[in-house]
Design a protein around this ligand. Sequence first.
Ligand code: BDP
Length: 333
Amino acid sequence: MPQSLFSKMTVPLTALLAAGALMGIATSASAEDWRGWNVHPDGYPNSLALKSFADEVSDKTEGRVNPRVYNNAVLGDQPDAFDQARSGALDFGNFNMGPMGPIVPETDVLSLPFLFNSVDQMYRVMDGDIGQRFADALAEKNLIALSWFGSGARSFYDTDHPIEEPDDVKGLKLRVMNNDLYVQMVDALGGNATPMSYGEVFQSLKTGVIDGAENNFPSFESSNHYEVAKYFSETDHLIIPECLCVAKTSWNALSDEDKSIVRTAAENAAKEQRKLWAERVEKSREIVEKAGVKVNQVKDKSAFQARMEPIYQAFVKEHPDLESLIDDIRNTQ
Ligand code: BDP
């Protein structure tokens, strides 16, 4: 816009705001409407917790910050949303650390298969000093991680047969999230990995473009993948945390008081999400089993783990600086 036109417009606007203030009329000049990204549908544990976050922030800041969550990834795919949040085009989001790896290499550690032994261990690690190290790495890339959500353990599911041992993966075309480590993971089992966005998986399963994918029970169920993929094999190969992250620009614009309100609301949201998560895992498992999905436990997970060793070796070779981080995590129990 030409400078002259711009200044012509700003004068009356400033005058209007000043007049409003003089007359005691509240203007929204200082209120922030925050846009937040979420991949999940209404009613999903994360969606409910994000709604509570938004309500608590609006309420406690008395409307100075009004977060609004956009579900179902309507604001873009996850990698796209990272970019938007990093540039400040989005104010916050619930992001999975899996596809974060290409942007924040430290978070790739969290995508190493079988890194954590349990979801509880992951929570303890992320809530402590090690979690802070990940938060620091994210902050360098303009994302302020305020709390950590869970997304359970991910397992393989497919349209053809149960996976009981590594060789059962041979030849299967499996969708993975956007991260080369997952391609390596599926390769190591003899399958063909196809990275694609979450929203494309249902149709791809249906049309046979892929034979399967991998995810936790709540996502397998809420995305309706279970209507097509009738074998769910509990490999539990990935336990990946998710953050409630705020864009650095939006964060820096807050007063100290509002920062503390937003942080507390994010911590409360994580508590709620984790509780709802545990309940939803059971509920989703029931739903899919009732719908005819054959869920099998994988008896010998160590056979799968053994196939992942070369991935660890190559990773440490490429990122020698991250070896101690892997060890520190493995040394927590
Ligand atoms: C879900 C995660 C979500 C991922 C999705 C996926 O909560 O962040 O986008 O998996 O597989 O479990 O893409």
